[in-house]
Write a protein that binds this ligand. Structure first.
Ligand SMILES: *Cc1c(COP(=O)(O)O)cnc(C)c1O
Ligand SMILES: [Zn+2]
Length: 424
């Protein structure tokens, strides 16, 4: 890995060789950050080279990843998700240059496929036969899928509240699933003990420094898809904080090698019922644990395990912190779907909900170049989708204004259509 310098402890600055299977600092327990030889990378990358590259997946950015050149990679097509110019949504939010990066189209339908692919590749090359993690869902299903595609076994720890759709994915991908009677914290601790005891490859995002390297490819793509330009703002939802830290690192990498000439401001979006990172930003205080009160289960993290990296990313970027209610999340789900044809899960659309709120508060100039990252697909959590759509199974009390329940009678139908303005 000539492109990689080493892994540096963010607390005590101790340096470790990145090729070895280190997770956290052996001196102080601090988180590690992978550092790169940008002078070397500069000799390897250029706009022209990317323009000619026909590998439309995250592996087109191998020069920015901690993976041995020529290594076998995860065969699932991960990354290179579409960046849509969403004019109708932009109009609704009062933004003239709004783009949506739809990461729900990844192999297992979330942005987590990017870090999980890196984890599976590194596990494979370290000769591990089993990968493991604890997750509220998407990290797990993406890891199970990536592992299956590379012939690895997976053992996944989930809190018992994980939605059925996500559990289903795990079992279909052949994972051994440990459903823990407790919250995310308890789930995480149990997984850490088991991973330590059995020597599995550890895909816990807070521990494993290579995962945010996978996540950062979303930013490399955004910039390339914009013609190697940085947006003015990037909105993304925050749970553990690994994603927003990865998003920031991607832009910093491109800036360091001169492929973009400025950096975006980050919009950190959390749920009102669980916003420890944003509260720390607003109070300019250290992180404090919060309850996990939101339907956006993928960002319901009371004690963020990458909080420090997330706080640094938000602060360094001159970022904005916005909290949204569950109602605002569901409204954003409907707005995104109806205006753009994109269906996101609650945490997936929380970034858009926060952007809408920030725009309404006048925090975003109307001509700014803005990207909202949709981090997960709506079909992952059908129950929340039904809430947003205003239906409750087949119950007659369903409230969606777009749902017409009617006998097969054309006259009645015509009256309903006229009443509702479907036809004039
Ligand atoms: C994991 C996840 C997030 C947040 O990422 P963190 O690294 O936990 O901050 C947001 N949206 C979805 C859909 C996720 O799965
Ligand atoms: Zn250290």
């Amino acid at each position: 890995m000539r492109n990689v310098k080493n892994a540096v402890c963010v607390k005590c600055a101790a340096e470790f060789e990145a090729a070895r299977a280190t997770y956290t600092c052996t001196k102080c327990g601090g988180r590690l950050e992978v550092t790169y030889d940008y002078d070397y990378i500069k000799t390897r990358v250029s706009r022209e080279k990317f323009a000619a590259d026909k590998n439309f997946s995250m592996w087109r950015y191998m020069d920015f990843l901690p993976i041995e050149e020529g290594a076998k990679v995860c065969p699932l097509r991960t990354g290179w998700s579409p960046l849509y110019k969403t004019d109708a949504l932009g109009k609704a939010l009062g933004l003239k240059n709004l783009y949506v990066k739809d990461d729900g189209i990844n192999p297992t339908s979330s942005l987590k496929d990017r870090p999980s692919a890196v984890a599976a590749v590194r596990a494979f090359h370290e000769g591990k036969d089993t990968v493991s993690c604890s997750s509220t869902g998407n990290a797990a299903s993406s890891l199970a899928g990536a592992a299956a595609s590379m012939g690895l076994k997976s053992v996944i720890f989930v809190p018992e509240r994980a939605p059925q759709g996500k559990l289903t994915q795990l079992l279909i991908f052949g994972a051994t699933v440990v459903s823990v009677k407790g919250d995310y914290g308890a789930t995480f601790r149990l997984s850490a003990q088991a991973i330590e005891k059995y020597g599995w490859y550890n895909r816990n995002a807070s521990i494993n420094p290579y995962l945010s390297e996978g996540k950062k490819t979303v930013s490399l793509e955004i910039a390339e898809q914009l013609g190697f330009a940085a947006p003015d703002f990037v909105a993304v939802s925050v749970g553990d904080g690994c994603t927003i830290a990865g998003v920031w690192k991607g832009f910093k990498d491109l800036f360091a090698v001169g492929l973009i000439d400025k950096l975006p401001r980050l919009i950190s979006v959390q749920a009102e019922g669980c916003c420890p990172v944003n509260r720390a930003i607003e109070k300019n205080a250290p992180l404090e644990e919060m309850e996990e009160n939101t339907l956006a289960d993928s960002i319901a993290v009371g004690l963020p395990r990458n909080g420090d990296k997330a706080l640094a990313a938000i602060r360094d970027s001159g970022g904005i912190a916005v909290n949204v209610s569950d109602e605002e999340i569901l409204a954003a789900m409907r707005l995104l779907g109806a205006s753009s044809g994109i269906f996101g899960e609650p945490a997936g659309v929380a970034g858009t909900a926060g952007l809408a709120k920030a725009a309404a508060q006048g925090l975003i100039p109307s001509d700014a170049l803005v990207v909202s990252i949709v981090t997960g697909n709506g079909l992952k959590d059908v129950v929340s989708g039904q809430k947003a759509a205003g239906i409750h199974g087949d119950a007659p009390g369903s409230v969606s204004p777009n749902l017409i329940r009617i006998e097969p009678d054309m006259e009645k139908l015509t009256r309903e259509f006229v009443k509702r303005g479907v036809v004039s």
